[in-house]
Write a protein that binds this ligand. Structure first.
Ligand code: C2E
Ligand code: CA
Ligand code: CA
Ligand code: CA
Length: 275
């Protein structure tokens, strides 16, 4: 419940307390989940559309809750953000993912999603640097995925974060491109090495002549600026052909693989190396 004035505060107080209680409960559960090993980082391959080979993996968190079953990030990341747990959780995810990635071949990259709140927390850059240093992962193999909503509130902290980490070789990708407040000024302002086109342009009911034209325009922009363009959510061979033909360089989606545990990611890589 959103609360504006004093009178509404009174009116909504009981449900607010309930909301708050629920949030506190999940917050405590989330913190405990990290310690109890209920969380796990999965990896979804990002495939070179030209060669068909895996170029990297995106880390995606999963929560295996003892009573509620498998929870997807959309069900708990927003709460982790609201409660601030995302800072601890985000550093844990980066550390876990970096440990797995350090065992992959040197030319395979690791992408990790960053929440806006994580960037603004004190010591944010240090949390990431420590995670990769401890894992022994070269900074040039790490790519941080950020969304436009993060760049929207043009904070000095955001700018410093991106520039400091870029300076040591960490890469940045603009995630979910085409949703929300897409502004090309972000592409101009920040040193992105990748643009990830949101899956609503690639598969699903809205795909057609217009989305195809948009993908082509973004792909052309990418090729002129030397950026990889990733098509997210490719589910069929037809979609793979369409996005490759439109100029995307990389693809990610169920057609290639869902996100899998680290041992399965290693098997996918071994299979790639045999071909
Ligand atoms: P995202 O960063 O856009 O990640 C891609 C999402 O699309 C993943 O959902 C992935 O499983 C799903 N996906 C991939 N290929 C396909 C496909 O072909 N078809 C369909 N329908 N879906 C596909 P997931 O894992 O449920 O994650 C949802 C969102 O939660 C992510 O969207 C990201 O914003 C957030 N998230 C996930 N893991 C983390 C994390 O470690 N940290 C943070 N801050 N956010 C995370
Ligand atoms: Ca992402
Ligand atoms: Ca995305
Ligand atoms: Ca997303």
């Amino acid at each position: 419940a959103k609360v504006n004035g004093r009178r509404q505060t009174c009116f909504y107080a009981p449900s607010m307390n309930r909301d708050l209680a629920r949030k506190r409960e999940i917050e405590a559960e989330l913190r405990a989940a990290i310690l109890k090993d209920e969380l796990s980082v999965y990896f979804q391959p990002v495939v070179d559309l030209e060669s068909g080979r895996i170029r990297g993996f995106e880390a995606l968190v999963r929560w295996f809750h003892p009573t509620r079953g498998e929870l997807m990030p959309d069900e708990f990341i927003p709460l982790a953000e609201e409660t601030g747990v995302i800072v601890t959780l985000g550093n844990w995810i980066t550390a876990q993912a970096a440990k797995a990635a350090a065992r992959w071949p040197d030319d395979i990259s690791l992408a990790v999603n960053l929440s806006p709140l994580q960037i603004k927390a004190p010591g944010a850059a240090l949390g990431i640097i420590n995670a990769i240093r401890q894992a022994g992962l070269d900074p040039s193999r790490l790519e941080l995925e950020v969304t436009e909503s993060l760049l929207l509130d043009d904070h000095d902290a955001t700018e410093n974060f991106i520039h400091d980490l870029s300076a040591i070789g960490i890469k940045f990708a603009l995630d979910d491109f085409g949703t929300g407040y897409s502004s090309l000024s972000y592409v101009q302002k920040y040193p992105f090495s990748k643009i990830k086109i949101d899956r609503s342009f690639v598969s699903g009911p809205n795909v057609g002549r217009k989305t195809d034209a948009i993908i082509r325009a973004v792909a052309e922009l990418g090729s002129k600026l030397g950026m990889d363009i990733v098509a997210e959510g490719v589910e069929t061979i037809e979609q793979v052909r369409a996005v490759r033909e439109a100029g995307c360089t990389l693809g990610q989606g169920y057609y290639f693989s869902r996100a899998v545990p680290d041992y399965a990611a290693a098997i996918l890589l071994a299979h790639d190396a045999e071909e």
